[in-house]
Design a protein around this ligand. Sequence first.
Ligand code: C2E
Ligand code: MG
Ligand code: MG
Ligand code: MG
Length: 290
Amino acid sequence: AAKTAGRDRYVIFDESMYADALQEAEARLSLEQALADNEFVVFYQPIVDLPSGDLIGVEALVRRLHPELGLLGPDTFIPLAEKTGLIVPLGQWILTTACTQAAAWHRDVPGAERLRVSINLSARQFQDTDLVQDVAEALRTSGIEASRVVLEITESLLMQDTDATISTLRRLRELGVQIAIDDFGTGYSSLSYLRRFPIDILKIDKAFIDGIATDPDDATLAEAVVHLGQALRLQTVAEGIENADQHTLLSDLGCTYGQGFLFARPAASAEIEALLRHPADAAVNWWPSN
Ligand code: C2E
Ligand code: MG
Ligand code: MG
Ligand code: MG
């Protein structure tokens, strides 16, 4: 009740609010400690060309290796990192780690020179005044070629503070990186809205891919998004492809790229490197044909 009290009301700081604040402070401290203790790990999930299945890139996906609880997914700490602001230093660490890893693969693994690395940016990170500078710094320290880097932002960001968003996207693209809209189709951006933004890639949310082979409505929506991407000359990536029927349908629609458990799950860098070095061992053909 205290949280919703108006200006002229007495605000009662009750015990449950105190408990909430304490819990959040403890949680932030624990995340800060985890960052200091190097508990965060970047996993990478392959992104493949459709229909060939050739590996063209990887998406960096963060995990926490907790000393007692084991490997924790981003859903257990990213929302809290956003809320407490720790996402800014954590995000910078992810950016630098992923760019440095990809630059090493470009340098050391024959055939991997053109591998792309996609990195998720949270809303708070995107709105941070130092973002463009931080991205430039990660590019510089890693030595990666900027055109191999994709930054993923969510569709909902496009609907907030449009002019500032467009200006940040322009400055990022001037650095040479590409921009992807993640989880596309779950927000409410209109066609005319979308074309105002300087972007390169649409990632079609898994929610539409799930039913693509079984639900005619999902199939129609996925088709509409692929065609929208084509009309706007954007690359399209289908997220969460789990079976061969989905793969075939998306290939037939002309979707550019795919990502999902059918091809590979997110894996530690050593496993990805083994895949890059010994593509013949993998279930699909990993070598870029062009
Ligand atoms: P996202 O960016 O949309 O990432 C795709 C998620 O779908 C990943 O979950 C991936 O493991 C999962 N996925 C991929 N293919 C399949 C599939 O075929 N089936 C199923 N069931 N799932 C699949 P993950 O790694 O748990 O990440 C969840 C979300 O957490 C990400 O969604 C992203 O929004 C956020 N996240 C992950 N890493 C980072 C990061 O480094 N920074 C920020 N800001 N957010 C991150
Ligand atoms: Mg993503
Ligand atoms: Mg996504
Ligand atoms: Mg998603």
